[in-house]
Design a protein around this ligand. Sequence first.
Ligand SMILES: Nc1ccn([C@@H]2O[C@H](COP(=O)(O)OP(=O)(O)OP(=O)(O)O)[C@@H](O)[C@H]2O)c(=O)n1
Ligand SMILES: C[C@](O)(CO)[C@H](O)COP(=O)(O)O
Length: 413
Amino acid sequence: MSEQQEQSVAVILVAAGTGTRLGAGMPKALVQVRGKSLAEHALDSMLCVPQVKEIIVVVPPEDSRLTERLSGYPQLVRTVPGGSSRAASVRKGLAKVSADVSHILVHDAARAFAPVAQYELILAELGKPGVQAVIPALAVTDTISVVASDPETGSQIVVQTPDRSTLRAVQTPQGFAAQTLLAAHSRLDHYSLKDLERVTDDASIVRACDIEVHIVPGDARSLKVTHPEDLDAVNRLFEPAQRNQLEQNMVIPRIGNGIDVHAVSTDPTRQMWLAGLFFPDDIGLSGHSDGDAVAHAACDALFSASGIGDLGTHFGVDRPEFAGASGVSLLAEAARLVREAGFEIGNVAVQFVARRPRFAARREEANQLLSDVLGAPVSVTATTSDGLGYEGEGIGVTAYATALVYPVVPEGQ
Ligand SMILES: Nc1ccn([C@@H]2O[C@H](COP(=O)(O)OP(=O)(O)OP(=O)(O)O)[C@@H](O)[C@H]2O)c(=O)n1
Ligand SMILES: C[C@](O)(CO)[C@H](O)COP(=O)(O)O
């Protein structure tokens, strides 16, 4: 498994700002574009990133509307009330991050349209040895000058004009090794709320601890909605020409189906293996293998999604080493083949229809085992057929699986 796959990432989505400059009469993260709030648009992308294991949305402290809007979101999305500045809000989010995450990304809800590819770029760079901090940035097109007030007239004057080629406009999401970001923020513990207002991003805090901050190319779509005209700019992202551009850059996932049927053995001593688990009270399924219909259907769904054949293609007579192999070992090999074909696995869902075994009490155990084998979430459910058909008569089991995979885009493309 590559370093990137081992990342376990928390995202802090800061969405607690009032949006004074936007002047929409509501917290900025609640402002709608195409029927969805900015915060929800931001969540759309990060929820597509498989390494993301939790998302802490930092919400306006005295406004419950965002929390209510997010109540139907998956469990990995949690909310926490924000603070009086961006940095204070990030700190509220950090306090809620689970201890076991390897990396933390901090993202502005105001940059609601940062694409999935931007997250992947940041995480790929963070996966390189020794890299602790990565931010996206764009070259600047304006000349940028440092200014000050003229002590005599009080008017603004140019103090210095740095070489533009050394300047970058910094965006979010900004990514960090979890311990690096936590340690850097802990140095702000004594800061007053006023001091925190001067901290405009997280990379600057980490840099102040002498940690190297790496740059990856930013993305024009990650523009920050700050002023009313920025809403026109983000709406333009949905116009046809731009949409084509969006689609070209999108990673299109692929789904696949798999079905497997096994008869219940007539041999009462045959062991029952299903979803990777042994069921000692049940008579097993017949077949040359262990008869694990759930694992077999999952393999077929993965092959189908990746367009690389089916169970017979990979575990047929020309691979004698798999004769009689357990369902779990077939699944592990299927995952390897899918990755070898250039895909990463999003998830696999399997439902089996059977009178026996009784599955509910062991569902979590099966999900955990198969997810570990696959390196991606697997969920298994079971149903009976109300007494109908071979499943209802208890003479056979059917498993139906769906798999989602997505092409891994090579770096730099
Ligand atoms: N107290 C704050 C202030 C800002 N933010 C978040 O930080 C991001 C960047 O801040 P900015 O664009 O400046 O948002 P606002 O503070 O809402 O804007 P304004 O300064 O115009 O009021 C936004 O997603 C915003 O919701 C936050 O979580 N908590
Ligand atoms: C974090 C940030 O988006 C990087 O450009 C920016 O600094 C946020 O600034 P704001 O003062 O909160 O608008």
